[in-house]
Write a protein that binds this ligand. Structure first.
Ligand code: ADP
Ligand code: ZN
Length: 805
């Protein structure tokens, strides 16, 4: 006799990195469990959900090996390819298996169910005891014996005794099957005139039935909302053969309005791009392309046709966008072209919604997956193409563990599936262009706008001049004129500022101090609330009220410095009280659907001015926008990030691209105190090549990506000495390792913000050429330090291929 043993990945953070645990399968489950299914197992004194990694046969097992309690899924929820991908994530990004699996299948380890008692050997247990003796099980937590406690101590002891004696057994019922939610549809089974006749007959005695029939005569079918039509209304109609009821799986995604424009004829450049991409898709092996298309060049149309080609060959395609919520128009266009063949994955989905979409992809019902970063893990079985739109966006890199870059994962998956990858952008990242220079990717260009409109005229406004002429307003005279002219002529304007809140900090004119967060080493941001001005920490959420009285010296000399979006809103209200203004930033778009509503309102002309942070820079297509004003370009240039110039150029280009897209010529004004800066100059001239030349040479000179890769180790702990000690230990370990010849280590130092939420943060930055030369040693040292740090109550992270320091 042999035993079936499963290796299970369990999520018990902090205790181990990638260990797997052996469990034996009870005979009843021996043949049904496969890798990629989830099981519930006893772990220490709790129940835990885990993912089956491997199944093996053993002639004998130790008596100490514990038994799998229950199987969660009927079919694997993770494919073989996804399990291999998880392994790769661990090697590439120093992730743990639970982290990797949770990234691939969010909520993988959160399984709920019930633990029940069952009579095992004919003992006569009263029914009410059996029925009420249930434990709620939430994996992650201890099984509580709450229900038993309710029975009273005596009953509980009796039950425990029976369990001990083997009269009763505990049985787990878990309920986490991947299945689509079904919705009932009512469909007419007779012609409309017949329905209307039947409705007329019922008008007096059954008005609800009549109403339903009239509705169906019009629409043919409708989703059955129980609130609208009770069963007693529907059933007689079904019995009479007028109506049928069908259960169908539905997608719970609320589709944005359909875009009903027909597919346009391709421009010359689009046609040329298509030809290149078609060739690419048909070639064997891994193929990559970078589509560099100016804003409004019609990249979306090219994506849609390329995808149509791929699904026409019976394969599946994945389209990654920076954030689904920010791209409602794009999703709408895809939905109107491809209908139900689309599945949408994004972070705002509920568990149930995600399961539905996941199941549709697994079953092959959806052949196009659209989603943000994590959609790169979608369980497509026959991957033909991955498109990464706006590939330059930082959101493709996950900030938390596993710190993966979706662009790299896309390449990895495409490699495994012999699929193609397309990276699209109006401002390709240095990383993407490097792929082209290295011969790994083909460059495809779309140099003109698809509708023949010119790119907007961009003017740089020197704010130093404004001060000289005594203009202390946020808006230069030029911007004021253009804003006035634009709105008065019935067109729209966008004002961009990459900072939310009212003011970024405070400064006392008497003593020079500002108000700091008591928990973080950072200035508090000023916000305007209904209750008056507030000071808020953007890092830990701390808040206090604002007054001009300096907490340090007591003088009434505290002033707000550094403008934010709220201040722009206030300034417009003061200058032009009749302008209709929308403000779009993190603070105004927290509620579900708020952002979509704002986009729709602005699109429909229900506002004159849209004020926004980088949220508004991405892919939005507003035909009536004439003016774009960048209120302060310098805020981006001075960010402590090696990509500050690149981000500035990208954001300026993207946001300028919102102007003059369809109904009018566009004007963009960039206000700055550093008009001579090359990133600003190049953005104003729409000169990608010039920007790239300068930025590339700086990166090469100072050795920054893409001329090396960075990894950032960060230790945090309430005690500064412990945090610093961990960073120094990590550095020491690495200096002793063989990897040192392949890398440069920047010594342990406080991170950009030394303290957040009362945790001190110390970092070590590594620069190296190829991860495979150093990865092994780096991970080794990292684990050592991390395990020690976990015991000390702190935490460590290692961001491999870091995009910021
Ligand atoms: P991008 O994504 O490159 O910024 P879009 O795909 O949003 O550009 O296209 C910009 C606008 O041009 C959209 O309104 C789109 O409908 C339109 N468009 C795209 N292709 C064509 C075409 N071949 N002819 C006319 N209009 C087009
Ligand atoms: Zn704080």
């Amino acid at each position: 006799m042999s035993y079936r043993v499963v290796e299970v990945v369990i999520d018990a953070p902090g205790l181990f990195l990638d260990k797997r645990f052996d469990y034996v399968l009870p005979p009843a489950l021996a043949s049904s469990v496969r890798p990629g299914m989830r099981v519930v197992v006893p772990f220490r004194s709790a129940w835990k959900a885990g993912v089956v990694w491997r199944v093996r046969s053993e002639p004998e097992v130790s008596s100490r090996i514990r038994t799998v309690a229950s199987v969660v899924d009927r079919e694997p929820v993770l494919t073989e390819e996804q399990l291999r991908l998880a392994e790769w994530l661990c090697e590439r990004y120093a992730a743990t298996l639970p982290e990797a699996l949770s990234a691939i299948l969010p909520g993988a380890f959160r399984v709920t169910g019930r633990l029940q008692l069952r009579a095992a050997s004919g003992v006569d247990v009263p029914d009410d005891v059996l029925a009420s003796s249930t434990w709620r099980l939430v994996a992650r937590e201890k099984p509580d014996d709450h229900a038993v406690a309710k029975l009273g101590a005596a009953a509980k002891a009796q039950i425990e005794a029976w369990v001990e004696l083997g009269y009763l057994e505990r049985v787990l019922h878990v309920s986490e099957q991947v299945q689509a939610r079904l919705q009932s549809f009512l469909a007419a089974t007779k012609a409309p005139d017949e329905l209307l006749r039947a409705a007329a007959e019922r008008e007096a005695r059954a008005p609800r039935q009549a109403a339903l029939l009239r509705q169906l005569a019009l629409t043919g079918e409708l989703a059955w909302e129980r609130k609208a039509y009770h069963r007693t209304t529907v059933q007689p109609l079904v019995a009479a053969g007028l109506v049928s009821v069908e259960e169908r799986p539905i997608s719970r995604y609320a589709w944005p309005d359909r875009d009903v424009r027909p597919a346009p004829e391709l421009t010359v450049h689009q046609a040329r791009a298509m030809a290149r991409l078609t060739q690419l898709i048909q070639a064997p092996g891994l193929r990559m392309a970078v589509v560099h298309g100016v804003t409004g060049s019609g990249k979306t149309e090219v994506y849609m046709r390329t995808i149509a080609d791929v699904i026409g060959q019976g394969r599946q395609a994945v389209l990654l966008v920076p954030e689904i919520a920010l791209t409602p128009q794009m999703v709408g266009r895809f939905h109107s072209r491809f209908g139900d063949r689309i599945a949408v994955l994004h972070s705002a989905l509920s568990q149930g919604e995600r399961r539905d979409e996941w199941a549709r992809i697994l079953r092959g019902e959806a052949s196009i997956v659209i989603g943000a970063r994590s959609a790169v893990f979608a369980p497509v079985r026959d991957l033909g193409l991955i498109i990464v739109d706006e590939e330059h966006e930082p959101s493709y890199k996950q900030e938390d563990a596993p710190h993966y870059d979706a662009r790299e994962v896309a390449i990895r998956r495409a490699e495994a599936a012999a699929a193609a990858v397309v990276f699209g952008s109006a401002t390709p990242s240095l990383w993407a262009i490097r792929q082209v220079e290295d011969g790994c990717a083909t460059l495809v260009s779309l140099p003109q706008r698809a509708n023949g409109r010119p790119l907007p005229r961009v003017e740089i406004v020197d704010m130093r001049e404004e001060l000289r002429i005594g203009n202390k307003s946020l808006f230069s005279e030029r911007l004021q004129q253009e804003l006035e002219a634009t709105v008065r002529s019935g067109l729209q304007a966008i004002l961009f500022l990459n900072r939310r809140g009212y003011a970024s900090s405070t400064l006392c004119r008497a003593c020079g101090d500002g108000v700091q967060c008591p928990h973080c080493d950072i200035h508090l941001t000023v916000h305007r609330a209904d209750t008056g001005m507030r000071l808020v920490c953007h890092y830990c959420g701390y808040e206090q009220s604002y007054s001009d009285c300096c907490p340090a010296c007591g003088e009434r000399a505290l002033r707000a410095f550094g403008i934010g979006t709220e201040q722009i809103e206030a300034a417009i209200a003061a200058l032009w009280p009749d302008f209709r203004v929308l403000r779009m930033d993190v603070d105004t778009t927290r509620k579900k659907g708020a952002l979509q509503r704002m986009v729709a309102d602005f699109e429909a002309g229900r506002a004159d001015v849209l004020i926004g942070t980088q949220m508004i820079a991405k892919g939005l297509d507003f035909p009536r926008v004439r003016l774009v004003g960048v209120v302060a370009a310098d805020t981006m240039l001075t960010l402590p990030d090696y990509r500050a110039h690149e981000r500035t150029f990208q954001l300026l280009t993207q946001v300028a691209g919102r102007a003059g897209r369809a109904e009018t010529d566009g004007v963009t004004l960039i206000q700055t105190y550093r008009p001579e800066h090359f990133a600003i100059q190049a953005a104003a001239a729409h000169d990608f090549a010039a920007f790239y030349r300068e930025e590339r040479s700086q990166r090469e000179f100072f050795t920054y990506p893409p001329f090396c890769e960075l990894a950032v180790f960060l230790a945090s702990h309430p005690d500064e000495r412990v945090a610093r000690g961990a960073a120094m230990r990590f550095e020491r370990e690495l200096r002793r390792s063989g990897a040192i010849v392949h890398m440069t280590i920047l010594p342990a130092s406080p991170s950009g913000i030394r303290r957040i939420d009362n945790l001190y943060r110390y970092q070590v930055v590594l620069k190296y050429g190829r991860w495979q030369d150093v990865g092994h040693d780096v991970i080794q040292s990292y684990r050592l330090v991390k395990e020690r740090m976990n015991r000390l109550g702190g935490s460590c992270r290692l961001d491999v291929n870091a995009q910021r320091i």
